[in-house]
Each structure stands twice: as structure tokens, then as C-alpha cells.
Design a protein. Sequence first.
Length: 332
Amino acid sequence: MHNVTLIPGDGTGPELTSSVVKIFEAAGAPINWEIREAGLKTFEESGSVLPEDVLTSIRRNKVALKGPLTTPIGEGFRSVNVALRKKLDLFANLRPARSYPGVPSRYENIDLVVVRENMEDLYAGIEHMVGEDAAESIKIITRKGSTRIVRFAFDYARAHKRRKVTVVHKANIMKCTDGLFLDVAREIAGEYPDIEFEDRIVDNMSMQLVKKPELYDVMVMPNLYGDILSDICAGLVGGLGVAPGANLGTDIAVFEPVHGSAPKYAGLDKVNPTATILSAVMMLFHLGEEETAQKIQAALAAVLAEGKDVTYDLGGTAATSEMTAAIIKKMK
Ligand code: NAD
């Protein structure tokens, strides 16, 4: 049995994580869930979006599955997602984007992985007003942060038998910050002669991904570009409803879908559980539960391929709970 912290999250988070809990139970996944609340709910109750017991539970279990958490725009508390990643030193954000037959999208056979640096860049949140009519935000890139994320990308590529790593940057303009990231990437690439290496400027990369996504494989980049390009990659394979993710540190891993809390659909039993299920499947692989992971993935892929019991964003009319039931039926 693996003890895993489960954060149901805000908005549609609870219905999505509940879909995973049901599927895991049906698949006989050896998981003991330790449920911990965070986000809007605990903020209203105790004034804290990230209570200490959530962190204690994740530090003890080393593995968590997390529903999305709402962050108010422009005002209110700072992102609880950013705080969680910082407090647990989850420096790598892994976002695979893979085509599944039956999922409507403009491309077939996409298999891309975005490795996003998760701690630095403009997400350091060091910003302030300069007088009343100007504002300043500071972009932080360090050799240490760049080294460990680029090394992570190459190690991932090697372990998963991928052919190429592309580093994405804007070093032509930000010669110090992105320049440092690129220098570190070039240096580390030399240690991995078995893996092809190239660099792309982020604007060109965005266009290339839309025009010729098949040219790319694993991509590594600073935080902000990773945030944006991983949504582009999600769009290439059918949207946010099917995009999973993981936040990884040296010994702690928190799995979560790329999408947010989709608050307008909260409680309507409507949104697509695929991204959360695929994040949970990544978690099972991480825990070494490969057989169960493959079983769930195959059942989900079969339901997607049939296209009958799928949610609105995939062109279907099924509720979250109906799609979940269809996946469970496929495993029997
Ligand atoms: P969102 O991802 O919640 O929604 C974007 C669009 O995608 C909406 O049209 C939504 O309905 C749709 N969508 C999202 N998930 C879906 C699913 N599973 N199935 C079908 N459609 C889906 O992004 P947003 O509206 O920009 O953000 C809402 C809230 O989520 C904000 O408070 C934001 O800060 C938060 N957020 C949290 C995380 C996280 O917890 N990691 C990530 C992104 C955004």
C-alpha cells in the first residue's frame, strides 16, 4: 500500500479527483488516500490557503494527487500552487502532450513533453509599483536552478528513450537571464552525446509547434515560457481536458492536471476527468505500479477511442460520472 496525499481542490477539483478515487478502487490500485483540504475552502474557514497539515502530509507521504486550486486575478492571496511548489522545492514541472485516437484535434501522433522550470523566472513574484503609474517585476534565473532543470530534462529523455531535447529561450533579447539558461543548457548537453540537442527562440518555437509539431520531442524552458507553451501543446492534442502534469522535486512528487478549477462548471458533473486521470496514471508509474497504470490507461484510451461516453469538450454528452463509469466498465 502506498500512502498518498489527496488534495481535492477548488471548483471542479472535487468531482475530478473523486473520479480518480472510484477508478483506482475499481482497478484495485494499492493506494491509501490521505485527504487534505487546501484553497478557497480552508481560506474561508481558517484564513490559510495552504494549511500546515497539507505540507506535513505531503512531506511524510512524498507523493500527492492534487485537484486545481483557484487563484484570484490581480488581487487577494498569491497563488497557492506557486506556494506549494516553492515550499516543497518541486523544481520540475513535467507536462506530456500525447494524441489519443478519438480525441478531436488538428493533429494525430503528437508525442511531446514540456519540462518547465517551476521555481524561478517571473514567477519568483518579486514585483512592486514604482510610484502610481508604473510597475516592475523581477526575472530571476540562477545557474543552480537552470542546471537542475536542464539535467532533469536530459535524464528524463534518456530514461524514456527520447531522441532530442530542445531548449527554449529568448536569449537574443534577455542576454543575461535567458542567456545564462541557454549557456547552462549548452554545457550540460555536452554530457549527453546520445541525445540530440538544439535551441529555439520562444516566439519561433510557438509558431513551429503549431506548424510542425512532429519535429519536436522533449522541450526544456524557464517558467513563463513553459506555462504558455504547455498550453499550446495541450491544444495540439485536444485541449486542457486531456493534459496531465507532475511537479517533481528530488524526493517529492505532486501530480495534477494542467488545467485550472474551471469554476463556472463546479458541481455540474460536466467537465472532462481525462487530465486528472492521466495525472494519476503518471503517479502510478512513479510509484512503480505499472500494471495498474497500464490497465487504467488502456480503459481510458478505449473510452476515448469509442467517443460515446465522453464529455462535452470531446464532442460527447456524458457527465463526468458517466465517463468515469464507462472507464470502470472497460476494466472489467
Ligand atoms: P481553467 O483551466 O480553469 O479553464 C480554462 C478553460 O478550459 C475554461 O473554458 C474551462 O471551462 C475549460 N476547462 C478546464 N478544465 C476542463 C476540463 N477538465 N474539462 C473540460 N473543460 C475544461 O483556467 P482559468 O479559467 O484561467 O482558471 C480558473 C482558475 O483556476 C483560476 O483561479 C486559476 O488561477 C486557477 N488555475 C489553477 C491551476 C492549478 O491549480 N494548477 C492551473 C491553472 C489555473
